[in-house]
Design a protein around this ligand. Structure first.
Ligand code: AMP
Ligand code: GLY
Length: 426
């Protein structure tokens, strides 16, 4: 098979690693890719926003499957246009990608399909949103409806903070993503990320993970795209996975099919596990980043037939995973998330990557005159596989210590909750 992978982050590097291991993979292309992906794929200069050009590339290079990493091309309808051109795509069409693209759309679908989620209302004026906030009280959560690069959610401890969030969103802080606001109840519990593969008709569990969103140790400081993750999430027991499939994933897949927008690809459910079980915080229409970096090394079978089955139908009954745990630590550029410093030099990566059971993925790097430079906020992911989360964590931090990059920083406590559980302290 010839494959085109779309994206340039650590998630796509992990996908490139998994795909290139497949005996079925003949040629792997990536657009735009990154220096890490370049070790597994041929990078191509392709304007992803120009769907006709992408289709022409696929025709010219006998592409059997396009794997879309990030959400933006999906929301823009890349999968529809490629499917219309006869190309198989891993990733949902535009209408199905609204599960990520519009929080209001997803909340309405939850209500219709009986999917457990926080009570909510949708608003297009500040006045009505604020009146609702005052009637519900705090804590309360205010969300911009559309894609806001993970920044459009404000968990407000007090009513004035929630009202200020409404003003900020309607004031244009997130552009058109803030034309509408969702206000929802605050959910108590422990968060987990859950991933299911869907072929439009059926869904099967893929894997679970937990990530650390805050920039600082002890889960403090501003939110980021994720500073580290581990898989599986200990809270996602077999029973919780079964309930999540039955109460959240399967009803969503059935509802999308009934709406004439069958969901094909990976459905990423952000969950709050509370006393009543799993509740949906949000759906994403793609793999998580950095969750993918910890899920794919655990996969104990060829990934390509699974990705292809999402596009064409015929998913197996289950996915085979290794019993091991994986943990990844994000090495971010100084100044992240507000103002990451670019262009600082990274050394020692090859040596660190030789550590047994360690995989290093590039998330934001570039090569210049043979030097590897930081080129983004989240720059590297150092992932390790071991029998326990504690073991994986020790290996990952050992490898991190071998990297020479004064321009970067990482959290020192990734996996703390799982490690505490393993020690019997939680
Ligand atoms: P989202 O972008 O919807 O995943 O929200 C970002 C983060 O905000 C989530 O990972 C949660 O930590 C938090 N959050 C969102 N909605 C809620 C809610 N209803 N209750 C509690 N926390 C929430
Ligand atoms: N790590 C969270 C996400 O990919 O959205």
């Amino acid at each position: 098979m010839n494959i085109l992978l779309i994206g340039s982050g650590g998630r796509e590097h992990a996908l490139a690693n998994a795909i290139s291991k497949s005996p079925r993979a003949r040629k792997l292309f990536a657009a735009p890719g990154n220096p890490g992906i370049a070790t597994k794929a041929q990078l191509v200069d392709l304007d992803i926003a120009d769907h006709a050009k992408v289709a022409a590339f696929c025709a010219a290079n006998d592409i059997d499957l396009v794997v879309v990493g990030p959400e933006a091309p999906l929301v823009a309808g890349l999968a529809d246009d490629l499917a219309a051109a006869g190309v198989a795509v891993f990733g949902p069409g535009k209408e199905a990608a609204r599960l990520e693209g519009s929080k209001g759309y997803t909340k309405d679908l939850c209500k219709e399909a009986g999917i457990p989620t926080a009570a909510y209302e949708r608003f297009d004026t500040a006045q009505a949103a604020k009146a609702y906030i005052r009637s519900r009280g705090a804590p309360i959560v205010v969300k911009a409806d559309g894609l806001a690069a993970g920044k459009g959610v404000i968990v407000a401890e007090r009513v004035p903070e929630a009202e200020a969030a409404v003003d900020m969103i309607f004031g244009g802080a997130f552009g058109s993503a803030g034309a509408e606001v969702v206000v929802e109840d605050f959910l108590e519990g422990e968060e987990a990320s859950f991933f299911a593969l869907c072929d439009g008709e059926r869904a099967i569990a893929f894997a679970s993970a937990q990530d650390h969103k805050r920039v600082g140790d002890g889960d403090t400081g501003p939110n980021t795209g994720g500073m580290g993750a581990y898989s599986p999430a200990p809270i996602m027991t077999d029973e919780m996975v079964e309930r999540t499939m039955r109460e959240i994933i399967e009803p969503a897949v059935a509802a999308m099919k009934a709406r004439g927008a069958p969901y094909r690809g990976v459905l990423f459910a952000g969950l709050m596990i509370g006393p009543k079980g799993p509740q949906l915080i949000e759906f994403n229409a793609r793999f998580g980043d950095p969750e993918t970096q910890v899920m794919l090394p655990r996969l104990d079978e060829d990934i390509l037939p699974l990705l292809l089955a999402c596009a064409n139908g015929g998913l197996p009954d289950a996915v085979r995973l290794k019993p091991e745990c994986a943990l990844t630590v994000v090495y971010a550029a100084n100044g992240y998330p507000d103002a990451p410093e670019r262009g600082t030099q990274i050394n020692g990566l090859d040596l660190a990557a030789q550590s047994e059971g360690v995989e290093i993925t590039h998330a934001g790097t570039r090569l210049e005159d043979g030097k590897l430079l930081a080129n983004g906020g989240r720059v590297l992911n150092v992932t390790a596989l071991a029998d326990t989360v504690s073991g994986a964590r020790a290996k990952a931090y050992q490898a991190l210590a071998m990297i020479d990059w004064p321009g970067g920083f990482y959290r020192s406590d990734i996996g703390w909750r799982a490690v505490k559980r393993e020690r019997g302290e939680a």
